[in-house]
Design a protein around this ligand. Structure first.
Ligand SMILES: O=C(O)c1ccccc1NCC(=O)[C@H](O)[C@H](O)COP(=O)(O)O
Length: 253
């Protein structure tokens, strides 16, 4: 059966073809700010996400003022901001990334489904410091090629995994950062046990660990920090929060 991830990747292939047809090219190595440095600081680094909508939850905050939200995240102490740039499934855009870049100086993650170099160029041009590579979305060879390509442009990479097999494929690259997604992108099931299960292997590899998805409370943060997470990636909770600053306060440990 075709999963949502299959559908997203099929759409990405069309977008890549369109970008290539348009002749888009941007291979500048521009200055970046580092998420790795923030993850190495004491405490848990919060990566706050701008996520208008999602396949699993529908509309979250479709009309969000991206510049205002990004400023709130930075003022409240975010160690990085993630911007979902996919339009078809998440209602985001590269303009959202540019808007965030125009108002904050913290590291910016272009959260998209990367399958080709041209998307990485687009992320870099729009102001990203970090890109995401999802192991479940890529053949191992492409994963390695895209990782190398992004790092050569000076970008940092979060290599995202959801199970043991994906984690071994990720570790073969020797990545600086592993993101363990608590959400199964095929079934939408979310469980923090995923981080708890995979953390030991990540930590023993020397990679920095980010726990992604399904984090709403201080108890959730404590759970993933206890097993070694240096960072958390939080979308829905911030997009639904009445006060970003209050939620930051509540999640701080
Ligand atoms: O969020 C989804 O529904 C989703 C579906 C299919 C692929 C990816 C998806 N989300 C991307 C993410 O991983 C999250 O936006 C991110 O980790 C934050 O999660 P949350 O705090 O649970 O919003």
């Amino acid at each position: 059966m075709e999963t949502i991830l299959d559908k997203i990747i099929a759409q990405k292939k069309l977008e890549v073809a369109e970008l290539q047809r348009s002749g888009f090219r941007y291979e500048e190595v521009r200055p970046h700010v580092s998420l790795v440095e923030n993850l190495k600081k004491p405490g848990v680094t919060v990566i706050a996400e701008i996520k208008r909508a999602s396949p699993s939850k529908g509309a979250l905050n479709v009309e969000v003022d991206v510049k205002e939200q990004a400023k709130q995240y930075e003022l409240s102490g975010a160690g990085a901001i993630s911007v979902l740039t996919d339009t078809n499934f998440f209602k985001g855009s590269f303009q959202d990334l540019k808007d965030a870049r125009s108002v904050v100086s913290v590291p910016l993650l272009c959260k998209d489904f990367m399958i080709d170099e041209v998307q990485i160029q687009k992320a870099n041009e729009a102001g990203a410091d970090i890109i995401l590579l999802i192991v479940a979305a890529l053949p191992v060879e492409r994963l390695q090629e895209l990782y190398r390509y992004a790092t050569e442009l000076g970008l940092e990479v979060i290599v995202e995994v959801h199970d043991e097999e994906e984690l071994e494929a990720a570790l073969a690259i020797g990545p600086a950062i592993i993101g363990v997604n608590n959400r199964n992108l095929k079934t939408f099931e979310v469980n923090l046990e995923t981080t708890e299960r995979l953390a030991k292997r990540v930590v023993s590899s020397g990679a920095l660990l980010i726990s992604e998805s399904g984090i709403f409370t201080k108890e959730d943060v404590v759970r993933v920090q206890r097993v070694g997470a240096q960072g958390i990636l939080v979308g829905e909770a911030f997009m639904r929060a009445d006060s970003v600053a209050d939620l930051f306060g509540a999640l701080r440990i």
